[in-house]
Each structure stands twice: as structure tokens, then as C-alpha cells.
Write a protein that binds this ligand. Structure first.
Ligand SMILES: [Zn+2]
Length: 583
């Protein structure tokens, strides 16, 4: 799961791939290994042909330049001076592994990627450079920001990406969904054999050559590192690439305590828009911030106390909630694959394997330098347009970070398992399709509430200005997130907060200046009210109540729309550039 894509996944904005990098890597560096693997495979399967890509002159969307400009190239280059030569060598190996994941993800995302990329030559010359860059950002000719509609050509995006044949019949789709047929597994690609029958090919076979190479690099890195936890994880993950069994290495990943780390493998299943079965390759290569991680470890111990302080009925509190999951603060040294396409992740929560989650919880990883980049490149410019002049000085990157952190922590507070009509159940099951939106609004609101309550109790070591700083930064953050669209859980959750706080008099609009202001004392009271109202709906498992609450508050208003309309020139997300590694 990540943020800025956080549903299981990410809190953030929109996808971006470093412009320089993407073209090269996305361009089928790994097509060779894959087709080689295919040829070596005894269980014959055939690739669909690429005739559908066609030929002849093409057109691009008229606003292509603006779409590219929405992703502002941003350098991410954390200091590695404190790493010794051995650790720096490990880092370089891990970046090589990540590059392989990048090529694999491109293969997974887009059938006939290279043939499609070659069609850029059929665009008018003035469009070609922008198309090349945008193809790299999106990993194909389909715009991730606009529901995967093509930005050049007119090919329809295959919902199953390149995980399945493009021409599945209704019967075949039913066959794939039947668990008895072994097609609905995470780590297999579905193809046809020579007779046209569907076969599930394990990743370790289908991407065999590339994964072999990744495993070799992982073992070389394991030999170089002096950190025992990293050594164990790298060796185990190398095995997993070749066996498709990630459980043991997922367990070891939870225990990492190294200055240099990698989160790597097939994790999320969002790219499989057909069934959500197939996992996409990605990698985060990170440099740990031990001082910050230590500070957060202390926060974690406040969770039971915060639960006891929640502004809800005693009976609705959940003293057993709040697992002992680790939290880390890291800087991103390199990112690749799924996470690099589209919106850039600012925090993630892995692994997804429920067996690991039960045994060890999950690890929350905060990507501090990515957050700071979005603060500078997006949040501050937005605030300069919509936040009252005298509150601009209160914007801080630290407040943006704290909000993201406590948003994550708050997913572990409040009603989870509940009793409804005498039966044991879960909030998630009772609130059904409304759950995500309400839960995201809860995590945002409670995240601020947590900080205020800690500050009032003299905990957390916050400065006195924290109330003003959180208020101003949070206000700007609402506009940043609503831009993702209220059709999606995070966007709608932010509209809920906006309208609720306007109703309570915390957010005030000045028609004369067209700007918004947060009334700090009113905000502190109102946000507790919002936490109360949402948690009460959750504690009751009240589906109708949840629907009504979302229908009332999760809407746009003329003032909100007017503000969003003024933000068109501000980037939607960053396109990371890693000067040390991009080539
Ligand atoms: Zn969330």
C-alpha cells in the first residue's frame, strides 16, 4: 500500500518517471531477456502479435505539452557521504536490481511497448519529444492521470495490462476467475499455449532471465554488506525471485536495520485493472535516517494513550487496537517500476501478505525527501494562490510530514473490529463501498487531532507554533488532494473535511481576495468533532449513516471549484530525477 496512492498503498499525487531515465529503461531493455525466457520455456506459450499497433500517421492530444509540464522534474539526491565504501557499493548494486524491476514493470504494464514507442516517429515532429517524455512517465501511450485514455494514437488501454492476452472471451474470463484453475494467482502471467488454451506461467519462468540477473546482483550485494539483517534479506529475496515464494523474505524485510535498504519485488496489484490479481514489480532503494526513525519510535508508544483520549464514547474505544508495527523515516535514493510510473509515493505500508501482517504487523516507511519535494514544488505554490497571506509564513515541510505520519498512525486507531446486532464484524465489512472514503477522511482528521492532543499534553516535543503551522499546512493540503478528483477516495475524503470545517466556521473564505483562512482555535475544536462524527458512524457499522455523511459533505462547491480553477499552472506531481544513477 502507498500514499499519494494510498489505499493499501500510497498518499501522494500523480505518477511521474524521471524523464531522462524513463525513455531508456522503459524502452524494452528487458524485452530480450523476456523473449529469451519464453523460448527456453518447455511449457510452450505464445505471445500475442503486435499487428494491432498498426502504422501510418498519428495524432497526439492537443494539450500534450501541458500534460508533460504537470510533472515537474525534481532532483532527489540524498547524501551518502556518511556511508562507508562497502555500503556505497551495496547501494550501487541495489540500484542495478531496481533498474531490472523497472524494465519488468514496463513489460507488465504495456503489451507491445516497443512497437508502440516506435510509433512516436509517426507523430508530427513538434509532438515527438513531448510524447517520448510522457510515454516514459506513463510507461505506455495511456495517460494515468486521465483514466488511461491514449495521449497519442487511439488504442484502447487493455484493462488487464500485459498480464493476460488482450482478446479474452467472456468464458475465458470466468475460467480465470475460478480459483480451481490456478489462473488467479499473484505471481503468474496468463498466456495461451500453441493450441490456444490458457496457461498460467510463473514469473520466475516468464521473466526468468531478468530475475536470474536480479538474484545474482542481490547475492553480490549480500556478500558486500556487513549488516546481518540486510544480508539475510537479500539472500532470501534472491531465492524468492527464482521460486515465486516471497513469504520468508517478506518476514526478513520487517526486521531490516541497515543504513542502506531495498524494498523490492512484485507487491501491488493495481496495474491489473481486469481482476486485481497480478502483482507488479517495483523497488525503493533507500537511505535510512536513524535519528528521525528513533524519534518516531517514541511516538508509537503514545498510540494506546491516544486511543484512550479519542473524542468518542468509551464503549466505542478499542484498547486492543494499535499493533506494534515498525515505522521508518528514509530518503529515497532510487525508485523503479510500479511506484515510479504515475503518482510518486510519499509513504508506503508493506508487505501485503496477511500471514506476515498477522505475525509481525506491517512496516510504515516515510519517504522524507519525496515529501519535502512535493511540499516545495506543489504545496507551497498552491498555498500562495489559495491561503490567506498572513498564514503563508506558517506553512512548514515538517507539518506536512507530521500530517502524513499521523494519517498513517491513525489508520491503526479507532473502531476496527465491532459488534453489530450482537454479531462480531468489522467496520470495513459493514461500511462496504463507503469504507475507504470515510476511513481516509478519518485518518486525515484524526492525524491532526493526534498532533493537537499530544501538543496539549506536552508530549511530542512540538514547538509552540505547532497549532498555527498544522492549521495552515493542512489547509493547503486539502486543495492539493482535492485536485486528484473527488471520484476517488482521497479526493472525496478531502472534500468532506473541507465542507465540514467550512460548516463549523473553521475554514473561512474571503470573497474579496479569493483566499481561504483557517481559524486556529475553531479548527482544533472542529477537527475533534469530525473525528467524533466519523468514528461514531464506524463504531455503529452504520452503512446508511456513512452514505448520508458522504453525500452531505463529499461534494464540491462553487468556492472550492473556483479555487481549483486557479491552480491549473501548478504541477500536479514531481518527476524524480536521480542524478547519481539516471543514465
Ligand atoms: Zn490513508
Amino acid at each position: 500500500m502507498n500514499i499519494d496512492r494510498f489505499s493499501g498503498r500510497r498518499l501522494g499525487a500523480f505518477p511521474a518517471v524521471a524523464l531522462a531515465l524513463a525513455a531508456t529503461l522503459a524502452a524494452g531493455l528487458w524485452l530480450c531477456p523476456t523473449s529469451e525466457a519464453a523460448m527456453n520455456d518447455k511449457q510452450a506459450f505464445v505471445e500475442g502479435d503486435c499487428g494491432w499497433v498498426g502504422q501510418g500517421p498519428l495524432k497526439a492530444v492537443p494539450d500534450l505539452d501541458a500534460r508533460v509540464a504537470a510533472f515537474v522534474p525534481t532532483t532527489l539526491d540524498p547524501s551518502i557521504a556518511h556511508l562507508d565504501a562497502g555500503e556505497q557499493a551495496v547501494l550501487a548494486k541495489l540500484v542495478e536490481v531496481a533498474r531490472i524491476m523497472d524494465g519488468l514493470f514496463t513489460l507488465q504494464a504495456t503489451p507491445c511497448h516497443d512497437e508502440l514507442a516506435a510509433r512516436i516517429a509517426d507523430l508530427p515532429e513538434g509532438n515527438r519529444e513531448a510524447a517520448r517524455r510522457y510515454l516514459a512517465i506513463n510507461r505506455g501511450p495511456w495517460d494515468r492521470r486521465f483514466e488511461l485514455t491514449p495521449f497519442f494514437g487511439s488504442w484502447e488501454h487493455p484493462a488487464g495490462a500485459n498480464f493476460y492476452p488482450r482478446d479474452l472471451t467472456a468464458d475465458e474470463k470466468a475460467f480465470i476467475q475460478d480459483p480451481g484453475n490456478g489462473m488467479n494467482t499473484e505471481f503468474t502471467v496468463v498466456r495461451r499455449d500453441a493450441a490456444g488454451k490458457l496457461v498460467a506461467v510463473p514469473y520466475s519462468q516468464y521473466y526468468g532471465a531478468a530475475l536470474q540477473q536480479a538474484a545474482t546482483l542481490m547475492r553480490e550485494a549480500a556478500a558486500l554488506t556487513k549488516n546481518a539483517s540486510l544480508k539475510a534479506f537479500l539472500a532470501s529475496r534472491a531465492d524468492a525471485f527464482l521460486t515465486d515464494d516471497y513469504y520468508a523474505s517478506d518476514m526478513l524485510w520487517m526486521d531490516l536495520d541497515s543504513a542502506v535498504e531495498i524494498t523490492v519485488g512484485p507487491y501491488e496489484t493495481y496495474e491489473d485493472g481486469l481482476f486485481g490479481y497480478k502483482a507488479s514489480f517495483e523497488a525503493f532503494v533507500t537511505v535510512t535516517d536513524p535519528v528521525e526513525s528513533q524519534r518516531l519510535a517514541k511516538f508509537k508508544h503514545e498510540l494506546p494513550w491516544l486511543e484512550s483520549q479519542l473524542p468518542i464514547a468509551e464503549a466505542d474505544k478499542n484498547p486492543n487496537r494499535g499493533s506494534d508495527s515498525p515505522i521508518c523515516v528514509v530518503d529515497e535514493a532510487y525508485s523503479a517500476g510500479d511506484t515510479r510510473a504515475g503518482v510518486q509515493t510519499i509513504a508506503f505500508n508493506l508487505p501485503n501478505d496477511e500471514r506476515v501482517r498477522e505475525a509481525k504487523g506491517s512496516k510504515k516507511v516515510m519517504l522524507r525527501n519525496v515529501m519535502n519535494a512535493k511540499f516545495d514544488q506543489i504545496l507551497v505554490p498552491i498555498a500562495k494562490v489559495v491561503v490567506a497571506d498572513d498564514q503563508l509564513a506558517d506553512l512548514t515541510a515538517e507539518s506536512f510530514f507530521l500530517h502524513t505520519l499521523w494519517h498513517e498512525m491513525s489508520h491503526g486507531l479507532g473502531p476496527g473490529k465491532i459488534v453489530k446486532d450482537g454479531r462480531e464484524t468489522e467496520v470495513r465489512l459493514e461500511l462496504k463501498d463507503t469504507f475507504s472514503t470515510l476511513e481516509e477522511a478519518k485518518a486525515d482528521a484524526m492525524g491532526e487531532w493526534d498532533i493537537f492532543v499530544l501538543a496539549r499534553a506536552g508530549k511530542g516535543g512540538f514547538p509552540e507554533a505547532i497549532f498555527r503551522q498544522q492549521s495552515a499546512t493542512y489547509l493547503a493540503g486539502i486543495f492539493r488532494s482535492v485536485r486528484f478528483g473527488i471520484g476517488e477516495a482521497h479526493g472525496k475524503a478531502n472534500a468532506i473535511q473541507y465542507n465540514y470545517l467550512v460548516e463549523k466556521g473553521a475554514i473561512k473564505y474571503d470573497a474579496a481576495t479569493g483566499r481561504f483562512r483557517m481559524d486556529v482555535p475553531v479548527f482544533e475544536t472542529a477537527i475533534a468533532g469530525l473525528v467524533h462524527d466519523i468514528c461514531s458512524i464506524q463504531a455503529r457499522g452504520d452503512y446508511e449513516g456513512s452514505k448520508a455523511f458522504i453525500a452531505k459533505y463529499g461534494v464540491t462547491t462553487p468556492e472550492l471549484d473556483g479555487a481549483l480553477a486557479k491552480l491549473g499552472h501548478i504541477p500536479v506531481d514531481i518527476a524524480p530525477v536521480f542524478p547519481r544513477w539516471d543514465r
